[in-house]
Design a protein around this ligand. Structure first.
Ligand SMILES: Cc1cc2nc3c(=O)[nH]c(=O)nc-3n(C[C@H](O)[C@H](O)[C@H](O)COP(=O)(O)O)c2cc1C
Length: 437
C-alpha cells in the first residue's frame, strides 16, 4: 500500500487521528503526537504554513505489519525475505513527488513546517528524512539523516561514522549529491532503516516489501521514490557548522557537533503535499532503529542454532537489549546463540536466550524464564571491555570508540534435566456466566 492508500485504510478503521485545530510547529505538534502515543495523526493546519503535517505511521509493530500485509509475528520473516531477495524498482518518467518544482530563490525551508521538538534543541529539525546518495563503487544507498535548519536553503546533516553516507562522503572530493525524501510509504521507511551490506540497495528492498517506483531527480543524478510527499535535492558540502543539541534514541540529549552543511538546490513536492514528522526518542524512532537489527541477528543465530524469533526490546532503548528464541537441540545451542546474536547487532549489550514456550513479547514471561531457568554461575556469559554503543551513557566514552561489558543470559531449560519440572502449570478456563448468575 502506498502512503495515501494506507492513510485512507487507517481512517476507514478509525485508526487515524485528524487534528483540525490550528497547531504550532513549535513544540505543539510534537507534544500532541507524544500525548497520542504517536497514533497515526494528520495535523490539517500548522500555523503559518500552507502544508499539513502527519506522523505516527510506523509507531507500532501491528501498524507496520498491517501496511506490509503481514502480522507482528510475521514481520521478521518478511524482512528476512526482502533482505535476501531485493527487487530493482521500476523507473517512471512522471511522478507525483514532482508535481511542483521549486528552484533558485523559490527554495525556502521557511515555507515547510519543520518542527521544534523540545526546548533546548539546536533548531528546527527534519527527522522523517530518508536520504538517498550514490556511491561510485557500491551504488545507491538510503539512510535516515536528521537535518537541522541553519539558513533559507541550508541545513546541517548528522552523518554518523560508518553509515554508508558518511563513508561515501569521506572518500568524495568536493560535494556529494544527496536527495532527502520526506513523506514516505511504510516499505520505504522500514527499508531505509535497514543497514544491509554495502552494495545492497535499500530502495530495492522497499520494492521487495511492496511496489515502490522511482523517478529521476530534477537536478541531481539520483533516483527517489516517485510517491514521496517532498524531495529536497541538494549537496553535502565540505563546510561544517553546528548540529544539535538534539534528543536521541535513549531519550537523553545528544550534544552539539560540527557536521557537514547540506545545501538544497531544488525542492519538489506533491501539489497537496504533507510534511512528515517523527519525534525523536519515542516509539517510532525506537521501532525503526531496533526492528531492522532483528533480521541480522536472526541470520547470525541461524548459522549456529534453530532460531525461531528475535526481538530488540523497547525497554533497552530498542538498541541495547535483545531476546532470541531458539528451538534448543544441543547443549551448546544457547551459548552459541549468545555469541552469534552479538555478531548480528554490534551495539547490543545484553541478550537473553529463551525457549519456544516463552512469549518473548511479554516482559513478565521473559523475566519468569530468567527467574526459573537461570543460575548465574552457570548461565551468564560476560565479556568485559568490548566495543559498545555511543548511545549508552554508562559505557566508557574516554577513548575514540565506546567500550562496554556485554552480558548474555541463557534462560533456556538446562540440558540433562527433566523438562517437565520447568514447565509453567496452567489452570483451566471456565465460562463465568455459569457462576455469576
Ligand atoms: C528515525 C531514524 C533516524 C536516524 N537518524 C540518523 C542520523 O541522523 N544520522 C545517521 O547517520 N543515522 C541515522 N539513523 C540510522 C541509519 O538510518 C541506519 O543506521 C542506516 O540503516 C544505516 O545504513 P547504511 O550504513 O546502509 O546507510 C537513523 C535511523 C532512524 C530509524
Amino acid at each position: 500500500m502506498n502512503l495515501r492508500e494506507f492513510l485512507k485504510n487507517l481512517e476507514q478503521t478509525g485508526d487515524l487521528v485528524r487534528i483540525g485545530e490550528p497547531v504550532s510547529h513549535e513544540y505543539e505538534v510534537a507534544n500532541i503526537l507524544n500525548t497520542l502515543c504517536e497514533k497515526p495523526t494528520i495535523f490539517e493546519k500548522v500555523k503559518g504554513f500552507e502544508f499539513p503535517a502527519f506522523g505516527g505511521i510506523t509507531s507500532d509493530r501491528d501498524i507496520i505489519a498491517r501496511a506490509l500485509g503481514t502480522t507482528k509475528e510475521g514481520l521478521l520473516m518478511k524482512l528476512v525475505q526482502a533482505l535476501r531477495s531485493p527487487k530493482e524498482p521500476e523507473l517512471v518518467s512522471k511522478a507525483p513527488c514532482q508535481d511542483v518544482v521549486l528552484q533558485g530563490n523559490d527554495v525556502d525551508l521557511n515555507t515547510i513546517p519543520m518542527l521544534f521538538h523540545l526546548k533546548g534543541d539546536g533548531g528546527r529539525y527534519g527527522t522523517a528524512t530518508v536520504a538517498i546518495i550514490k556511491d561510485p563503487e557500491t551504488g545507491r544507498n538510503a539512510c535516515y539523516h536528521r537535518i537541522m535548519q541553519i539558513g533559507k536553503n541550508t541545513c546541517t546533516a548528522r552523518l554518523i561514522p560508518k553509515r554508508q553516507t558518511r563513508t561515501t562522503y569521506d572518500k568524495t572530493e568536493g560535494d556529494l549529491e544527496m536527495a532527502i525524501c520526506v513523506g514516505n510509504s511504510v516499505p520505504v521507511m522500514v527499508a531505509a532503516s535497514l543497514g544491509p551490506p554495502p552494495g545492497t540497495d535499500e530502495l530495492s528492498i522497499a520494492n521487495a516489501l511492496d511496489k515502490t517506483n522511482l523517478v529521476k531527480c530534477r537536478t541531481k543524478n539520483l533516483e527517489v521514490p516517485s510517491e514521496s510527499e517532498f524531495v529536497l535535492e541538494g549537496r553535502i558540502t565540505r563546510d561544517l557548522d553546528r548540529e544539535g543539541p538534539f534528543v536521541d534514541l535513549t531519550e537523553t540529549r545528544d550534544f552539539e557537533r560540527q557536521e557537514p552543511i547540506f545545501v538544497i538546490d531544488c525542492i519538489t513536492h506533491r501539489k497537496d503535499a504533507m510534511w512528515q514528522v517523527l519525534i525523536p526518542g519515542r516509539m517510532e524512532h525506537k521501532i525503526l532503529m531496533g526492528m531492522p537489527k532483528e533480521p541480522t541477528i536472526y541470520d547470525e543465530v541461524s548459522k549456529v542454532a534453530t532460531c525461531k524469533n528475535v526481538l530488540v526490546t523497547l525497554g533497552g532503548g530498542s538498541w541495547l537489549h535483545g531476546i532470541v528464541q531458539i528451538q534448543k537441540k544441543g547443549p551448546d545451542d544457547a551459548r552459541n546463540a549468545i555469541e552469534a546474536a552479538f555478531k548480528g547487532h554490534g551495539s547490543m549489550k545484553h541478550v537473553v536466550i529463551v525457549d519456544e514456550d516463552v512469549d518473548m513479547y511479554d516482559p513478565y514471561a521473559v523475566e519468569w524464564a530468567i527467574a526459573t531457568r537461570v543460575q548465574g554461575h552457570r548461565d551468564l556469559i560476560v565479556h568485559p571491555d568490548q566495543p559498545g554503543s555511543s548511545l549508552d551513557p554508562s559505557g566508557d566514552h574516554s577513548g575514540k570508540k565506546t567500550r562496554t561489558t556485554k552480558v548474555g543470559i541463557d534462560a533456556t531449560i538446562p540440558p540433562g534435566v527433566d523438562p517437565e519440572k520447568y514447565q509453567k502449570v496452567s489452570y483451566g478456563d471456565v465460562d463465568l456466566n455459569d457462576y455469576l448468575g
